[in-house]
Design a binder for this molecule. Structure first.
Ligand code: FAD
Length: 473
């Protein structure tokens, strides 16, 4: 069969692949995007960021109505959350954003090919229809190929994911009945976001975590504060517990875990168990070996600082390579590689990729954590500001959390910003912005911030770190 030739072939249509495709199209490169599922958008749009934020938003509204309206003098009796309708809205949201990617491909003259891609050699990819799909297998060649095949939920070797009651985030985002008792293995971002969703709707939620903290990769202060807030919301936590068994008997799921401190095993029984112990890079069936592309010991595609694999002309981005598994990291890398292929000299500062947790309060961080600065032996100063002292937060009855700013002890340059509180997911963008321009904390203290806003807390924490003295504390 004659192979169709492209400048760039992109395998995978997640936020890495589709954004790379848009940028390649903008740069005038003849581009094709290959996706094995019927819809574009990858994990993020179909079963990740977007559906999770849709259900978080719905359940937050419900939680506010049930728990907080009365304090505002609003009576809302007989409130009821209808899970199938809530999920139907989520499905509409997902459809809308996925359709948006189809539009973007058309607008940027990117050919979309549905099917499963695998390497034939370093310049040729075969695409066969996915199970149940029509069409003939075809071969495509390209000067450049971008692997953007993302990740899949990982599990523990002794757990059987039956996807009915022992589930991953994908099934947790599509439940049709409210769990009575949802057991969550793993206190990371995905487990806590989905745990919040069901706790707000009335499920009992128990989180079992191996380490001694939740969200353990973020600045430790954030995990401690979030733990306190989520406990108040009724979630139960078992930290420093190693899960040793998860078994299903009919509609009951049983979990056993051994405490690091010793003593009797923890035994829990629930009707659903969400296994959220991280995600694994996904290259199944891609036949990278035929192209000579090497994987590392964790199954990630090996790349250099330009995101080029061990084979010149083959690149890899997003969850399938080293680094944080975040949608915006994948997209930033997509733009980087597209521009690199077009002969430009792009730049990507990994230190300034923010991480966000969409619980309530929200959590976000960028730059160095305090633990990292201590490990590096770097002299730093810390400043903070609690939301309990923010007029806007008091007016909104949302006073949990704080902003912490870490600065270089000599130069006052901001090295890290860690926030927990209301609307933090958006406020972290200001920290990224000022850190991009290498601002000192005092610079932020001199910038006017509208009053009263939640963002003022960042300015106050900067003033505190700079030793100028906070204005509202
Ligand atoms: P993916 O989005 O995984 O896309 C890869 C695509 O490649 C898939 O569509 C797959 O079908 C396709 N593919 C794979 N192999 C082949 C093949 N051989 N042929 C053809 N196609 C193939 N990140 C955030 O930044 N913010 C969030 O709020 C957030 N929330 C999340 C919530 C949940 C529940 C989950 C699970 C993840 C969340 N993430 C979030 C992480 C985010 O979804 C990922 O980091 C992001 O999707 C990675 O993008 P990617 O392009 O690398 O891969």
């Amino acid at each position: 069969m004659p192979a169709t030739a492209y400048d760039v072939l992109i395998i995978g249509s997640g936020p890495g692949g589709y954004i790379a495709a848009v940028r390649c199209g903008q740069l005038g490169l003849k581009t094709a995007l290959i996706e094995k599922y019927p819809t574009l958008g990858g994990t993020c749009l179909n079963v990740g960021c977007i559906p999770s934020k849709a259900v978080l938003e719905s359940t937050e509204l419900y939680h506010k109505a049930t728990e907080q309206f009365a304090a505002h003098g609003i009576d809302a009796d007989n409130l009821r959350a209808d899970l199938p309708r809530l999920m139907a809205r989520k499905d509409q949201v997902v459809k809308k954003v996925c359709d948006g990617v189809v539009f973007l491909m058309r607008k940027n003259k990117v050919d979309v090919i549905h099917g499963v891609a695998s390497f034939v050699d370093a310049a040729t990819v075969q695409v066969v229809p996915a199970e149940g799909g029509n069409g003939e297998p075809q071969q495509l060649t390209a000067k450049n190929i971008i692997i953007a095949t993302g990740s899949k939920p990982s599990s523990l070797p002794f757990i059987t994911l039956d996807k009915e009651r022992v589930i991953t985030s994908t099934e947790a985002l599509a439940l049709r009945e409210l769990p009575q008792h949802l057991i969550i293995v793993g206190g990371g971002v995905i487990g806590l976001e989905l745990g919040s969703v069901y706790a707000r709707l009335g499920s009992k939620v128990s989180v079992v975590e191996y380490t001694d903290a939740i969200i353990p990769t973020m600045d430790r202060t954030l995990g401690k504060e979030l733990l306190r807030s989520l406990k108040k919301q009724g979630l139960e936590f078992y930290l420093s517990h190693k899960v040793t068994a998860v078994t299903r008997e009919g509609a009951t799921v049983k979990l056993t875990a051994s405490p690091a401190a010793g003593g009797a095993d923890l035994q829990l029984a629930g009707d659903y168990c969400l296994v959220s112990v991280g995600r694994r890079p996904y290259t199944d069936g891609l036949n990278v070996a035929a192209a000579g592309v090497e994987l590392d010991e964790k199954g990630r595609v090996k790349v250099d600082e330009d995101l080029q694999t061990t084979v010149p002309g083959i690149w890899a981005i997003g969850d399938v390579v080293r680094g944080a598994m975040l949608a915006h990291k994948a997209s930033d890398e997509g733009v980087f590689v597209a521009e690199r292929i077009a002969g430009q000299k792009p730049h990507l500062n990994y230190l300034l990729i923010p991480g966000v947790v969409y619980t309530w309060p929200e959590v976000a961080g960028v730059g160095y954590t305090e633990e990292q600065l201590q490990e590096l032996g770097r002299a730093y100063k810390a400043g903070s500001f609690p939301y309990s002292a923010s007029g806007r937060a008091v007016a909104g009855s949302d006073t949990e959390g704080l902003v912490k700013v870490l600065t270089d002890a000599q130069t006052d340059e901001i090295l890290g910003v860690h926030m927990i509180g209301p609307r933090i997911a958006d406020i972290i963008a200001e920290a990224v912005g000022v850190m991009h321009f290498r601002a000192a904390a005092e610079d932020v203290g001199m910038m006017s911030h509208a009053h009263p806003t939640y963002a003022e807390a960042f300015k106050e924490a900067c003033l505190n770190a700079a030793g100028v003295g906070a204005l509202n504390m």
